[in-house]
Write a protein that binds this ligand. Structure first.
Ligand SMILES: Cc1ncc(COP(=O)(O)O)c(CNNC(=O)CNC(=O)c2ccccc2[N+](=O)[O-])c1O
Length: 387
């Protein structure tokens, strides 16, 4: 079955949809049983998509979980109220006091804050590593290293990691690998084929695709799924049937939306690359972006999210650039149908284990489904304001 067909079929088995086309929204806290035998069966199989209690999910959740597993290649999928909860739930499932965590230095900022403000006080030591470290990560491993966390491409700066090389080293040392695979969605990168143990999606982004639902998923391979499932249940993570329905609905257009985001973003990125004010464009599909060879090897394509660095400009010039846009709005997310812009004046401030080689401000763009000609015209006016 081809990918785009799988996006239409996944999680739409007869047991989930009956005679409808979409899985219905089944909202529940209490699940009722008529016999002790029914109750015993549900209790014995409560983590296996058998209705037991609202927190374990209903057929709406089970259909979506099955779809994510099929698309990513995982053995099981846990649902969370947002991507950040999928990150914290995954880390808490495999870490305890006294453990050492290797965290990629280009990680999404709130994940770094989780490590510093929640995990460190709990006695988990986080060490950040250069996103371009591959097999050499072995020299950072200690006897108490339990998890290596990856995010590829890296938030904001877009370095692509050598995921298979890191996974090989981790596996050889009995260390769990967790990949935040949000940028790729399940379509552009199949994480378990690269060797990861746990794959995270902020479904809030491309999977939902309309900037109106917060949802997270974490999937695991067979050897790690039982621990992830039980910890996410015991920590009380769950998601509403309505939000899961919207994410299930988003899956059906994910392929065509990503293709259009990719096409639009490449056109805008290539236009930016020739602007004299631009120092560099950080787009995984550009040979100049660190890890581009890994992108070519491990990814099926790109999406609407990339960054560029201006040669110069302080807060005032950046404000002139980003304010007054007709189509690009500032906002803390991405992956919807609309275009967004997020400035970062000092990238080095976000890094503690790797050098950021540029002085100028970075601007991250999410290229939406608008016509790229209009987006380029918007950016053209921004450069005029920025002068
Ligand atoms: C890789 C990854 N992993 C997890 C989450 C969290 O998902 P959630 O939002 O559903 O909790 C996210 C959420 N992403 N949100 C953002 O990137 C928002 N932050 C920004 O846009 C931002 C803020 C200030 C300065 C610069 C940026 N920026 O990313 O360019 C994610 O990108």
């Amino acid at each position: 079955m081809k990918q785009n067909t799988r996006l239409i079929q996944a999680g739409r088995g007869k047991q989930w949809i009956g005679q409808a086309v979409n899985p219905p929204v089944v909202r529940a806290s209490t699940i009722t049983f008529d016999t002790m035998a029914e109750l015993a069966h549900a209790s014995q199989h409560k983590g296996e998509r058998v209705p037991y209690y609202g927190r374990r999910g209903t057929s709406t959740h089970f259909a979506f979980q099955e779809a994510i597993c099929e698309l990513e290649g995982g053995a099981g999928c846990a649902l969370y109220p947002c991507g950040a909860a999928a990150v914290s739930g995954s880390l808490l499932a495999f870490l305890q006091q006294g453990d050492h965590l290797l965290m990629v230095d280009s990680v999404y900022e709130p994940t770094r804050a989780l490590c510093e403000k929640v995990l460190r006080p709990m006695g988990v030591e986080t060490q950040y590593y250069d996103p371009m470290l591959g097999a050499d990560i072995e020299r950072l491993i200690r006897p108490n290293t339990k998890v290596i966390f990856l995010e590829s491409p890296g938030s904001i700066t877009m370095e692509v990691q050598d995921v298979p090389a890191i996974c090989r080293i981790a596996r050889a040392n009995g260390i769990v690998t967790i990949l935040d695979n949000t940028w790729a969605s399940p379509i552009l990168c199949r994480p378990f084929a690269l060797g990861v143990d746990v794959s995270i999606q902020a479904a809030t982004k491309y999977i939902v695709g309309h900037s109106d639902v917060m949802l997270g998923t974490a999937s695991a391979n067979a050897s790690h799924w039982p621990q992830l499932r039980e910890h996410s249940y015991l920590l009380g993570y769950c998601a509403s049937a309505d939000d899961v329905y919207q994410a299930s609905r988003g899956l059906r257009t994910l392929g065509v939306r990503l293709a259009q985001h990719q096409q639009n973003a490449l056109q805008v990125a290539e236009w930016l690359a020739q602007r004299p004010e631009v120092e560099t464009v950080r787009h995984p599909a550009f040979a100049s972006t660190p890890g581009h060879a890994f992108f070519q090897r491990d990814f099926a394509g790109s999406n609407g999210l990339f960054s560029f660095v201006l040669k110069q400009g302080g807060a005032k010039a950046v404000a002139a650039f980003v304010e007054g846009m007709q189509y690009f709005k500032m906002g803390f997310s991405w992956g919807g149908y609309e275009s967004l812009i997020s400035p970062t004046l000092n990238v080095q401030k976000l890094r503690t284990a790797s050098e950021w080689p540029y002085q100028g401000p970075l601007i991250r763009l999410h290229i939406g489904l608008e016509d790229p000609a209009d987006l380029i015209a918007d950016l053209e006016l921004a450069f005029q304001r920025y002068q």
